[in-house]
Ligand binder design. Structure first.
Ligand SMILES: [Zn+2]
Length: 181
């Protein structure tokens, strides 16, 4: 969860937890003490990609974020930009972060990630070409689908769902085996 907001983005007065009547009944939220602003704190959509490298025998690209501690490899993720569809957004993110050419984008499903107040929209992305990582990513690994080990949170469930769709029973990391992501 991110730091709570302290000031109104409309008038800069302090925000405070206040009860107000909403469609669903009285609800306490961060509201402005001077104007009518309400901080709804809606979940943020996050796009995620199971990247299948069609020119590398269908292996799956997992990447390690430069900001992560430990040796976690996970899906390519990113935020949607204003004015693009989710499909356009994930194609852009994969191209920006790996330099791969994206050929096909198909929805896997939608998962909530309440710890981060996010909603994960996961896609299967078929791509090809030379891999050059953006500075955001420290390294990548290519896995045959049957060798992928899933992580019991967020995008790991999307990875598992995609494997099930291919007739593979997903394996998850056991507690202590690897930090979950
Ligand atoms: Zn205000």
């Amino acid at each position: 969860m991110s730091e709570p907001w302290r000031f109104c983005p409309q008038c800069a007065a302090p925000l405070a937890l206040r009860l107000a009547d909403e469609d669903g009944g009285p609800k306490e939220r961060l509201r402005c003490t001077a104007c009518d602003f309400t901080h709804w704190n809606n979940p943020t959509p996050v796009l995620a990609a199971v990247v299948e490298c069609t020119d590398r025998g269908g292996r799956i690209l997992l990447a390690r974020n430069a900001a992560w501690s430990g040796r976690m490899f996970a899906l390519i993720t990113g935020f949607m930009e204003a004015g693009e569809s989710a499909e356009e957004g994930i194609a852009r993110e994969v191209a920006e972060e790996t330099a791969l050419t994206v050929d096909r984008v198909e929805l896997i499903g939608v998962w909530d990630f309440q710890r981060m107040n996010q909603v994960i929209i996961a896609f299967h992305v078929q791509a090809h070409g030379e891999i050059r990582l953006s500075p955001e990513l420290a390294e990548y690994k290519l896995f045959a689908p049957q060798d992928v080990v899933c992580w019991p949170a967020g995008t790991g469930h999307a990875m598992a769902q995609w494997l099930r769709g291919r007739g593979l029973e997903p394996r998850y990391f056991q507690p202590g085996e690897q930090p979950a992501r």
